[in-house]
Design a protein around this ligand. Structure first.
Ligand code: GAL
Length: 435
């Protein structure tokens, strides 16, 4: 019975192919003609689905530039852009988690180097090692030594970093500061004095957005108040979350929050940073993807916006790195490898980063392709002390970060510093190194 079905199928296929040959002029193709060309393969069903949270407002343009490099190098593979909107991946990561749980992974997704990658996706056996690709492409010679341990576990390398972003940047409006006789502050005390003057003049001193941007502000204030060594110690257990120095840092954070706009919860990071370049606020603390956004808005560096390390953090580069993974069970592994090859390439990174507002993860990109802000970031990256970001996945795994986020949400509502500190101690005991 089964044999008969196969016979009928075979006959149908043969008939169809005879008819197609007839339509094409009847000649039997030579072996060379029968080989698909790159053009033919555009319709061959080769694809890659890439998941990120870069959908616009300064986020998508860099990705589009890298997709342009991909399309030029792999015209035969269809790029499916599965980006989900929402700064810092707050929405995207929830969608990704659901997809991973239901066994429907995208081929490759955006993940932050550090604990987000190792503590979540590697720990959950959701991504494949990429050691062979690194060897084949010679990437160990061009990726920074500081980064490799943050994407490795047990001798395996698990992602391809596309950039280095800086978290501890304070953007300011030079005209607003000048009009109010305020100098750019470099210490937390100077910052608070400046914000007193601005507030008295009826200017919003510090633009702030939705909750993840508040965590972002918090981590930079912790760094500025504690200093880099004690800040780093929060993540390896050597700084006591219950100490007086952490209490002083949280007090600083509470004070700084009093200078922010009342509608923060309803603003995206783009809304908040735009207040500064539009002259509606003096300062905004945001990663340097804001620079990509300011450029997209047509703003001019040093005229429409200035930058400085968040007060108290000069000489420290609080970093994060976007990287791309290969899913376990990727539906299109060849497409995924092609994408990762572009993501790690000089051409891919040189197209992406000057627009995204980040510097290359690779060490061999041409600096002249980058604007004045990013050139200063390159200098700082090569000389500063490097610390990691909490909000963007470097220093804490997802469960610890989510407990900190819950505590932060309560604190934003009640402004009880002691209660906040107690909750942060408990979070470190429950999910961090303080057990
Ligand atoms: C970060 C990400 C950046 C940028 C930012 C705002 O987590 O690493 O590339 O996209 O979120 O969405």
């Amino acid at each position: 019975m089964k044999k008969n079905v196969w016979k009928i199928l075979l006959a149908t296929v043969l008939l169809a192919s005879l008819m197609l040959t007839a339509c094409g002029g009847g000649a039997t193709p030579t072996q060379e003609e029968a080989m698909p060309t790159e053009g033919d393969m555009a319709t061959s069903g080769e694809q890659v689905e890439v998941f990120s949270w870069w959908t616009g407002g300064g986020e998508a343009a860099g990705l589009e530039a890298m997709i342009g490099v991909f399309n030029a190098e792999y015209p035969n593979i269809e790029f499916i852009n599965a980006a989900v909107a929402g700064g810092a991946g707050t929405n995207a990561r929830a969608v990704l988690a659901t997809r991973l749980q239901s066994g429907d992974p995208p081929d490759s997704w955006q993940g932050h180097a550090g604990q987000e990658l190792i503590g979540t996706y590697v720990a959950g056996n959701q991504i494949e090692p990429l050691n062979d690709l690194y060897k084949e492409q010679g990437w160990l010679d061009v990726m920074p030594e500081t980064l490799i341990p943050l994407i490795s576990d047990n001798g395996n390398i698990y992602s391809v970093p596309v950039n280095i972003h800086r978290a501890n940047v304070m953007w300011y409006n030079p005209t607003v500061l000048k009009d109010n006789g305020v100098d750019v502050p470099t210490s937390i005390d100077e910052w608070i004095t400046a914000m007193d003057i601005l507030q008295a003049a009826g200017v919003t001193p510090l633009a702030l957005g939705e909750q993840w941007t508040q965590m972002h502000l918090m981590e930079t204030v912790l760094l500025g108040s504690l200093g880099a060594d004690a800040y780093d110690g929060l993540w390896d257990g050597s700084t006591d979350w219950g100490s007086a120095e952490v209490k002083a840092a949280l007090d600083d954070f509470a004070t700084i929050l009093t200078y922010t706009n009342a509608d923060a919860a309803s603003l995206t990071w783009q809304d908040a940073s735009q207040l500064v370049v539009n002259g509606d606020a003096a300062f905004n603390v945001m990663g340097d993807w804001a620079e990509g956004y300011f450029r997209e808005l047509g703003k001019t560096p040093e005229t429409d916006y200035g930058w400085v390390p968040v007060p108290g953090t000069s000489g420290v580069f609080q970093f994060l790195s976007d990287s791309f993974t290969l899913a376990v069970g990727a539906p299109h592994p060849d497409g995924a490898m092609a994408w990762l090859t572009v993501a790690g390439s000089k051409a891919g990174q040189e197209a992406f980063n000057p627009i995204k507002g980040s510097i290359c993860a690779r060490t061999d990109c041409d600096p002249s392709l980058f604007g004045v802000y990013l050139q200063s970031a390159m200098d700082d990256w090569s000389t500063d002390k490097v610390s990691g970001s909490l909000t963007h996945g470097v220093v804490a795994n997802d469960s610890w970060k989510s407990e900190i986020d819950t505590a932060l949400g309560l604190f934003i509502a009640d402004r009880d510093v002691d209660g906040f500190q107690t909750a942060l101690v408990a979070a470190c005991v429950a999910s961090g190194p303080c057990q």
